[in-house]
Design a protein around this ligand. Structure first.
Ligand SMILES: Cc1cc2nc3c(=O)[nH]c(=O)nc-3n(C[C@H](O)[C@H](O)[C@H](O)COP(=O)(O)OP(=O)(O)OC[C@H]3O[C@@H](n4cnc5c(N)ncnc54)[C@H](O)[C@@H]3O)c2cc1C
Length: 545
């Protein structure tokens, strides 16, 4: 396997086949881009070089007069907005089409900003904030706080405030596009030929097409699935669930389990496997599951749903391979997402796709049709907002700045906003053993300072994975308060290729949980393939040797 693959993120969606293609590091010099943000407030400054290109590209388009646009983007989510705005700032004439706004997506509804802003990261995190207070109220009692009456939560107020914020954000995204000179066309886009897009019956010619239509939740075909909700609906329920079943063990499932549990719904999670978060480090999987169970979430492991029945009293029963659980007010499926490539005209023009509908692209995000590019979830590489932003920026640079740029997938950090949350970057122990054979594992499992007075059973788990040969830290994982914030910083160290000795040379910040990452002195275990007496590194790791 290529060395450039040695730092990759754990799986966040069920299918990551494309990530395992050989990837190489972009060696092109970097453009002056703003730091990654879910909201694109600051366009990159136009340098002399860009101004030159601005005139060159405009002149070219006008000269030829061949196309209405240099770039036509279908889908104004994270990747589409980033690519369109950057392309326009580089001098291209750009149009983007997007479906009309709605909180719940469909074939005919979406909204400028896309999944992250309207039905993903942002509303999800707002609900995580809302739900975390319950735990904090509990913690506060040990610190001397008491409440004359129990704090009460107002679900309708939360939904109203959240929806007002979504309206504000979609407005900001529209402004970003218009300030960059991108023409926004409302409607459903469809590819007619390699240089033509149809939006609700009106056609536009274009030199390049960018497909950034993302994906939508998928509910399996089982009897009664019409009573199930998906993550779009779960973020915008008119009333709070009293008792909810969440089917699925991926990051979206565990995040929603935390949200509803914090808000005091009764939460049951049904997973096909023994643990949540397939593809993540095994110890993290165990730890998250244990901590969530301690907070009151009921896990039904190795249980697959078979049907849903609605009873005359309106309650829902979920039948699985192991029996039936009754009395649910809601049943949510978080069982994966499918790329939005149905009826997009792609087959007709010869764009190659995977079985699940994801568009096949090369390392520059170019499809099998040279004028058609694709970024973000529709390509099913790493389905995260900052990755879609990186891919969108790379396409703009490749096509309009004449600087061929490959997205750099090494050491992409990620988080799960479960309660407690996780953060991770680099390899899992299982991947590290497979790839390097000899690795040293450092772990720390401790009661954080806050828990001493709160009296709650909260713990923190941290793990470093070190390549025995080079001493480089190749994996870093954490579950506990603030881990997404902490891991974002440490991701720089991993990507920079720092060694365990570098980590050890850092003075800790005391008292924090994060200081543990620079004070772990003794390995919990050393895994060696050489003296394994016939055991492969993988088997030894599984056996926790
Ligand atoms: C519940 C949930 C939580 C998430 N949490 C996180 C998180 O915490 N961190 C993180 O990094 N990522 C998170 N993600 C993933 C993140 O939202 C996606 O990776 C990201 O939005 C992908 O961006 P995109 O540009 O590929 O597509 P999208 O943002 O999905 O945008 C695609 C756009 O295309 C539009 N569209 C579709 N078809 C057409 C058409 N034919 N014509 C016109 N427009 C069309 C859609 O309406 C949509 O607006 C989460 C996702 C979900 C569902």
């Amino acid at each position: 396997m290529a060395a450039s693959l040695y730092l990759r993120t754990p799986k966040l969606t069920p299918s990551f086949h494309t990530l395992f293609r050989p990837l190489s590091i972009s060696t092109t010099k970097s453009l002056n881009l703003p730091s990654t943000s879910t909201v694109d407030f600051f366009p990159p400054p136009l340098t002399h070089h860009h101004l030159h290109r601005f005139y060159a590209t405009r002149a070219q388009s006008t000269e030829k007069g061949k196309f209405d646009f240099d770039l036509f983007t279908i889908g104004a989510g994270s990747g589409g907005v980033r690519a369109s705005r950057f392309a326009a700032n580089m001098g291209a004439s750009v149009a983007v089409c997007e479906l009309p706004f709605a909180t719940i997506s469909s074939d005919t509804s979406g909204g400028v900003g896309g999944t992250c802003v309207l039905r993903g990261c942002v509303p999800k995190k707002l609900l995580v904030y809302a739900s975390k207070y319950a735990h904090e109220f509990e913690e506060s009692c040990g610190f001397g706080w008491n409440y004359v009456t129990q704090p009460k939560h107002d679900w309708s107020k939360l939904m109203a405030n959240k929806n007002a914020e979504l309206q504000r954000l979609t407005g900001i995204y529209k402004n970003i596009l218009s300030n960059a000179g991108v023409k926004l066309i409302e409607g459903r886009g469809k590819v007619v030929d390699p240089h033509m897009v149809d939006v609700d019956g009106k056609t536009y010619t274009t030199k390049n097409i960018l497909i950034s239509v993302g994906g939508r939740p998928f509910i399996p075909e089982i009897p009664g699935n019409e009573y199930a909700i998906d993550s779009d609906a779960a973020l915008d329920l008119p009333t709070q669930p009293k008792k909810i079943a969440i089917v699925g063990g991926g990051y979206i499932a565990v995040e929603f389990a935390g949200i509803f549990n914090g808000l005091k719904s009764e939460v049951h999670v049904f997973i096909r496997q023994k643990q949540v978060l397939r593809g993540f480090d095994e110890e993290i999987r165990d730890f998250v599951g244990e901590q969530m169970a301690l907070r009151g979430i009921k896990f039904h492991t190795e249980e697959s749903p078979q049907s849903i029945v609605k009873l005359p009293d309106g309650s829902l029963s979920l039948r699985t391979n192991k029996g039936t659980v009754d009395g649910f007010s809601h049943i949510m499926f978080a069982t994966g997402r499918r790329p939005n490539t149905k009826n997009l005209g792609l087959e007709g023009v010869g764009v190659d796709m995977f079985k699940n509908g994801a568009i096949k692209v090369d390392e520059y995000s170019r499809s099998s049709v040279p004028s058609i590019w694709a970024v973000g979830d529709v390509t099913d590489r790493i389905n995260l907002t900052p990755v879609a932003l990186m891919e969108g920026a790379a396409v703009a640079k490749t096509v309009f700045a004449n600087e061929p740029t490959k997205p750099d997938y090494r050491a992409v950090p990620s988080a799960v906003f479960s309660q407690p949350p996780t953060g991770q970057v680099g390899l899992t122990e299982e991947e590290a053993v497979k790839e390097y054979g000899d690795v040293d594992i450092y772990t720390s499992n401790f009661r954080p300072l806050k828990a001493t007075l709160s009296g709650l059973p909260d713990r923190v788990f941290m793990k470093l994975i070190v390549c025995a040969k080079t001493n480089k830290v190749i994996g870093l994982h954490m579950c506990g308060d603030d881990s997404p914030e902490i891991v974002q910083g440490f991701a720089i160290a991993l990507k920079a290729g720092l060694t365990k000795a570098d980590f050890d040379s850092i003075v800790g910040i005391h008292p924090t949980s994060a200081e543990e990452f620079v004070t772990m002195r003794t390995p919990a275990r050393k895994i060696r393939s050489s003296n394994s007496e016939g055991m492969t590194g993988e088997v030894k790791a599984a056996a926790r040797v």
